[in-house]
Each structure stands twice: as structure tokens, then as C-alpha cells.
Write a protein that binds this ligand. Sequence first.
Ligand SMILES: [Zn+2]
Length: 215
Amino acid sequence: MNYIAREKKKPEGLSETDRQFKEKIKGKTPAQAYRFFKRHQSVYQYNTAETKEVFARMNHKRCSFCTKWISEFNTEMTIEHIETKSSCPRKIFQWDNLLCSCRTCNTKRGRKEYKADAYLDPSSIKDIERYFCFHTDGTISVSKALSQAEADKAKYMIRLYRLDRDELNAERREFFNSLLDDELFEILKRRSRDAQDIHYLSVFTYYKRRTENGK
Ligand SMILES: [Zn+2]
């Protein structure tokens, strides 16, 4: 996962929907509010042209979790609710509860509920990259340089979005292989294993950004 600088200016249409929706569910229990949402999904929407445009810019069309580039962004981007819609309906349209996700990460989490003491929000944790280690075989692991509490969070996020899934490992392995001729990569390979893990992570992040669809 990479840090995502959330745009400070809230999307206007979304904020208006948020205001209207919160007005409607005033006094309702979460279960009643969620039922109200389910019945009025055609009226109250979060995945609109406006939010797509903001997320395309903010995320550089990448998934907030696996960091994969979402090629058919307008149709394939899904909106992930940090606190799930059913557990916290009042946040369904709240800007800081929404993240842009690829379809697979979104599906992998499914309806698993939000754990406030374990969830790492990539739009609020500036150094989120230090939680994870990527290896040349494409696998991901919890970084060694973390406290126990931090390591538990990293582990939770890997599990929640299945960031260790086979197809991602294969893509990362392929990506690393494509770097093998690179001079910088050669220098890193000469370092000790532990140092490599940390450096691979930063190189990986750097290259992922730079090679984003050839840009
Ligand atoms: Zn993803």
C-alpha cells in the first residue's frame, strides 16, 4: 500500500448527498438507516461521475490496497467503505470514509467489518509503506522493523484484502524481473538480505509510480 493524499476539498455533489442522507436518517437506528439506504440506492449514490473523476486524480487510477493500475477506470473502479455500509450507514457518503479500490480487493474484503484498532487507512497514514515488505519472488510480508501492535495491523490488512493472493505475487515477481538489468537494482542486490527488504520496498514503490502506464 502507498500513501494517498486525500483531496482536502470534498467533492461537492457527494457532500450534498451526504448532507441530505444524514438528514433523512436522523433518529433512525443503524439497521433502519441501512434499510433506508438499500431502498433508495437509485436516489443516493456515491459512485458518480464526480467521485470517479476525483479518485482518478487522487489515486492516479490505482487501487488503494493492491496498488494495481485500474485500466478501465470508469467501469472497473469500485468504492470501498472503510467503515462498512451496513455497520455504519451514516458514513456511506462521508468523504473520509471512502477509498478507491479495484474490484478484486473490494470483493476479497466483502462485508468484513472495520476494526478501528487494526485498519490502516492509506489516506491518513503517511508512512504506510513502511508496514510492508516486498520480496523479489513477488511475495509480500509484514515489515520486520515494526512494533508488535504495528505488525498486527499490517497482518490484518494483508488478510483483509488478500494482498498475498497468487496473481498479485506473480505480477510483482514479473515486475521485479523486469528490473533485473537496472543498475540501481544491481547495487541493491549486493546489500545484505535485511537491507534489501527495506530497499526493495522503496524501489518497488518508486518504480510502480514511475511506470504507471508508461508515465
Ligand atoms: Zn486492488
